[in-house]
Design a binder for this molecule. Structure first.
Ligand SMILES: Cc1cc2nc3c(=O)[nH]c(=O)nc-3n(C[C@H](O)[C@H](O)[C@H](O)COP(=O)(O)OP(=O)(O)OC[C@H]3O[C@@H](n4cnc5c(N)ncnc54)[C@H](O)[C@@H]3O)c2cc1C
Length: 437
């Protein structure tokens, strides 16, 4: 059965009590639910739509384990003004949204200070090391090991100057033990990916980067395994949390409130709205991204390609060739602007002249993003029975398995394999609030 397309059963008025209620059946929530069920807990996973209905549905499928550098960095701040001048460029802020997002951008700017970048890079590297271990284990445990692809990635540049400008980032990766090879001519590039424009004169190949054959199918496989182990997935729109003596009451739009001993909030870009109901104010934004999935055979793609200077990636998937990326700040309610997807496709055609661009389907997704590029993984301020797991930005698929492991450790009181302090959900609160925690 196709778990993701079948409507979820609505939560009955008298659902049996559960040990853990996980809110959000995106890749992060599904991975957490599966992990907890595998550890013998009684888990109820709720979503107001269906499995992988949002960001986890049509993303680029990268397991970007080498992507340890935060987006908030001096490099991005240098590139941003030029990108923002192009209305369909890789980075855009809808004019009406600028005031709303200003506080988030201020935090982003502060996070790009040299010492903070170093701290976020170290934290991200530790989470990526754990992700590289946990992801294959998770996929195998859900009978989805065959969905993992180990072809590496080719990052492409239009000039040696562009490659040189990225050197500090490569040095930081080398310092964290990440292997890569720089290529300095079109001939060497064509051995790894034929058919590219000769204007691409330099590249970096990263062998440890992996992809999945289809992110939606991965989420579905995890959900299927979760249900096979006795986990329950139900449709419910969570409005608020109310911790009490007998457990945490989860208030729903339709139906009676549900009481759980513990609650995990993994509702992607909407998670801050739920956190706010128990007084945690977390500066979660959405970086909207666009793509087009072309039919199978649209290009003979050997591995995933990234075009960092233009903010898009091209991925070979079981369902076709996916072209997309970019960042648009416009919040959760504005309608999509699919001219962005079309622009990315036109750029891909420019660099991949043989790309057949007809017959594609367009998509927009909401990346859940925090200003320092690290997710929020940890307990709520007012009640330790509520655990947050959201804000993975561009890396939710990559970090889902590691997040699931960490959430399971937190709920069980086991020492986690890495320092969780950089991921504290309260790290953006004022000093006074921090002390009160
Ligand atoms: C264009 C694009 C490309 C990307 N490429 C990659 C990539 O290659 N690799 C990678 O690692 N990451 C990638 N990402 C990022 C990745 O998709 C996200 O980080 C990830 O999907 C987030 O997963 P999630 O489970 O936190 O959120 P989501 O998948 O958004 O799931 C959240 C779920 O919560 C539910 N929900 C929300 N509010 C409520 C509520 N009140 N009650 C009940 N349910 C609720 C929603 O219905 C949804 O199903 C990409 C994103 C985009 C947009």
């Amino acid at each position: 059965m196709n778990v993701s397309d079948s409507p979820l059963q609505a939560l009955p008025a008298k659902e049996k009590s559960c040990d853990v209620l996980v809110i959000g059946a995106g890749i992060v929530g599904v991975a957490i639910a599966l992990r907890l069920q595998q550890e013998g807990r009684k888990v109820l996973l709720v979503d107001r739509e269906r499995v992988a209905a949002q960001a986890s549905r049509v993303n680029a499928g990268a397991l970007a384990f080498s992507d340890i550098l935060p987006l908030a960095s001096p490099g991005i701040l240098r590139k941003a003004p030029k990108w923002l001048l192009d209305p369909l460029g890789p980075l855009a802020i809808r004019p009406g949204y600028l005031l709303r997002i200003a506080p988030w951008l201020f935090r982003f700017w502060r996070a790009s200070r040299h010492d903070r970048v170093q701290a976020s890079t170290a934290a991200q590297a530790a989470l990526m090391d754990l992700s590289a271990i946990e992801t294959p284990l998770m996929l195998t445990s859900a009978d989805a090991g065959h969905m993992l692809r180990s072809d590496g990635v080719l990052h492409l540049y239009e000039s040696e100057t562009e490659l040189s400008a990225s050197q500090p980032g490569w040095q930081a990766r080398a310092d964290h033990g990440i292997a890569f090879t720089h290529l300095h001519n079109a001939q060497a590039i064509s051995e790894l990916q034929p058919g590219l424009s000769p204007t691409l004169v330099a590249a970096t190949f990263v062998p440890g980067w992996k992809t999945v054959s289809d992110p939606l199918q991965v989420a579905e496989a995890l959900a299927r395994q979760f249900e096979l182990l006795g986990g329950r997935i139900r449709r419910a729109d969570v409005l608020a949390l109310a911790p009490g003596a007998d457990g945490v009451t989860v208030q729903l739009r339709d139906g009676l409130p549900q009481v759980a001993r513990r609650v995990v909030v993994a509702a992607g870009a909407w998670s801050h709205r739920i956190a706010r109901t128990i007084e945690d104010r977390i500066p979660l934004e959405t970086e909207r991204g666009y793509n087009t999935t072309l039919p199978v055979g649209a290009f003979d793609l050997k591995r995933q390609l990234t075009f960092g200077g233009h903010g898009f990636v091209v991925t070979p998937l079981a369902c076709g060739v996916r072209v997309g990326g970019a960042v648009e700040f416009a919040g959760l309610d504005a309608p999509p602007n699919f001219a962005r997807a079309a622009m990315l496709l036109a750029k891909a055609k420019h660099f991949m002249p043989g790309l057949r661009t007809e017959g594609g389907s367009e998509w927009m997704g909401f990346r859940p993003s925090l200003p320092d590029t690290l997710p929020a993984i940890g307990r709520a301020t007012v009640d330790e029975r509520v655990v947050y797991a959201f804000g993975h930005g561009h890396l939710g698929l990559t970090q889902a398995a590691a997040t699931a492991r960490l959430v399971a450790d937190i709920l069980s009181g086991r020492p986690p394999p890495l320092d969780l302090a950089p991921f504290r959900p309260q790290r953006f609160a004022s000093t006074r609030t921090n002390r009160a925690n």
